[in-house]
Design a protein around this ligand. Structure first.
Ligand code: F0G
Length: 456
């Protein structure tokens, strides 16, 4: 087997700061043991998120110079609209400043008090917007998704029995839509198969329930379909992406991920009436319907980024880098979510820190320990991210208690991945010495971003 490498070379570099362990100890204490509260300058390799952290191409930067900063009818909006129609196939778009703004609009427009929204595992902002609109999220993903050891190739598939039972129990009129994410973030970046999506489509058509697609990482999902799903090896990434989108009625997009820009998003819809309402609502919260919170130059970079995101060589290198890190950690014996997902490697904190109960916040503690060891910044995806049950006020206890090493696109080298793997291995070897954490400050919404902790 011959080696292959990234389909780009580096034209500009951004120096990063190396820190001492003493400096990192001080920094993580000041950050209340929350990696979101560290300053980026205190970080050596930043694997907090793949959101807005990608390196843009020279073509995208050239596009930034072509910004038409008109308040209304910017040329760049029409380029973006063309790109969405060409690559995704949705009829209409409403630009927004980022993904959660699109989630806000669709949730407010489609969800009524007392509704239920089934989905393939929750995402933090998506679920919160559903709840703020009066709905209740119901997880109908297959059970394998909650098992870090299961090697199921499409862990984001919907359990059709769970979905149909919910529809029968609550009634189709209480289910405004089914929420389907391509590559499920909280399950470890796992894909949904096209065969499953087609089955979901058949079932929901029977009950006249639309599908809203969280297409934040749709190209990464398409890569796994091409690689793993029978019948798709000879289909191109753009063909697969288009087929996924064609099975859904509307989409929310955080273009800070797949689409290779630092800020932006949109809501895409096919239904004319819904489009009218969304286009009217965006002017209240975001901006006029031809910019929705984005500068003209950002829309241009996004239009170009969409076309780059579906390039096979790009997406193979992107997912390939994540798999490189994941396989290295597997070889080292570190417990991770399997199979390796598309946007990051997810460490199994329950297995790495078996001496901590979930109330002692194992994933939060592990993320702090990794930062302290090497300056690598990761993120908790466990009980802290899961928040509290709005009715009982108790913690939600997710089965998965994970630390996410999220890989920005086109930013780090293979040597960076080696440094990360060696740091995680070192922390794993001394894991029994890691102490748990407790909350000392907890905000009301999306608490993982701003909570502060103390060592137990
Ligand atoms: N949907 C998914 C699947 C996401 O991963 C995100 C963001 C959003 C929606 C919201 O989009 O941030 O543009 O408002 N995920 C980031 C992350 C924050 O780090 O995983 P946004």
């Amino acid at each position: 087997k011959r080696s292959w490498a990234e389909p780009y070379k580096i034209k500009m570099v951004e120096p990063v700061k190396m820190t001492t362990r003493e400096e990192r100890q001080k920094a993580i204490e000041e950050a209340g043991f929350n990696t979101f509260l560290l300053r980026s300058e205190e970080v050596y390799i930043d694997l907090l998120t793949d959101s807005g952290t990608s390196a843009m191409s020279d073509r995208q930067w050239a596009g930034m110079m072509m910004g038409d900063e008109a308040y209304a009818g910017s040329r760049n909006f029409y380029h973006l609209e063309d790109a969405v129609r060409k690559y995704y196939g949705y009829k209409h778009i409403v630009p927004t400043h980022q993904g959660r703004a699109a989630e806000h609009i669709i949730s407010q427009l489609m969800i009524k008090e007392g509704d239920f929204i089934p989905g393939n595992m929750y995402f933090t902002t998506t679920k919160l917007h559903q709840e703020l609109a009066g709905g209740t999220f119901v997880d109908v993903i297959i059970d394998e998704a909650h098992d870090p050891e299961s090697e199921h190739p499409f862990k984001a598939d919907i359990d059709l029995n769970k979905l149909e039972e919910l529809i029968k129990e609550k009634g189709a009129d209480r289910i405004p839509y089914v929420s389907i994410a391509t590559t499920v973030n909280m399950a470890g970046g796992q894909p949904i198969s096209l065969s499953n999506l087609k089955e979901v489509r058949k079932l929901t058509e029977k009950y006249d329930i639309p599908i809203v697609h969280d297409m934040t990482r749709v190209a990464e999902n398409a890569y796994f379909i091409k690689d793993r799903e029978p019948g798709y090896a000879d289909k191109s990434i753009p063909e697969i992406v288009k087929e996924i989108c064609s099975l859904t009625d509307a989409a929310t997009m955080s273009s800070k991920k797949d689409a290779l820009v630092n800020i932006g998003g949109f809501l895409a819809v096919n239904d004319e009436e819904l489009f009218d309402k969304a286009r009217n609502m965006v002017v209240i919260y975001e901006g006029l319907h031809t910019y929705g919170g984005m500068a003209g130059r950002d829309m241009e970079a996004l239009a170009i980024g969409i076309s780059e995101s579906v390039d096979y060589d790009h997406i193979r290198a992107r997912v390939g880098q994540v798999i490189y890190l994941g396989e290295k950690l597997i070889q080292m014996g570190v417990p991770v979510v399997k199979p390796i997902g598309s946007h990051g490697v997810f460490l199994d904190a329950k297995k790495i820190l078996p001496h901590l109960s979930q109330d002692q916040l194992p994933a939060q503690s592990l993320a702090s320990a990794i930062y302290l060891d090497s300056g690598v910044r990761s993120m908790e995806r466990g009980v802290v991210s899961a928040g509290r049950n709005p009715e009982t006020g108790e913690h939600n206890y997710p089965k998965l208690e994970l630390v996410r090493l999220t890989i920005p696109r086109r930013v780090y080298t293979q040597a960076h991945m080696d440094v990360v793997a060696e740091s995680v291995e070192a922390v794993y070897e001394n894991a029994k010495d890691i102490k748990g954490l407790k909350f000392v400050y907890e905000p009301e919404y999306l608490r993982f971003f701003q909570s502060r902790f103390e060592v137990l």
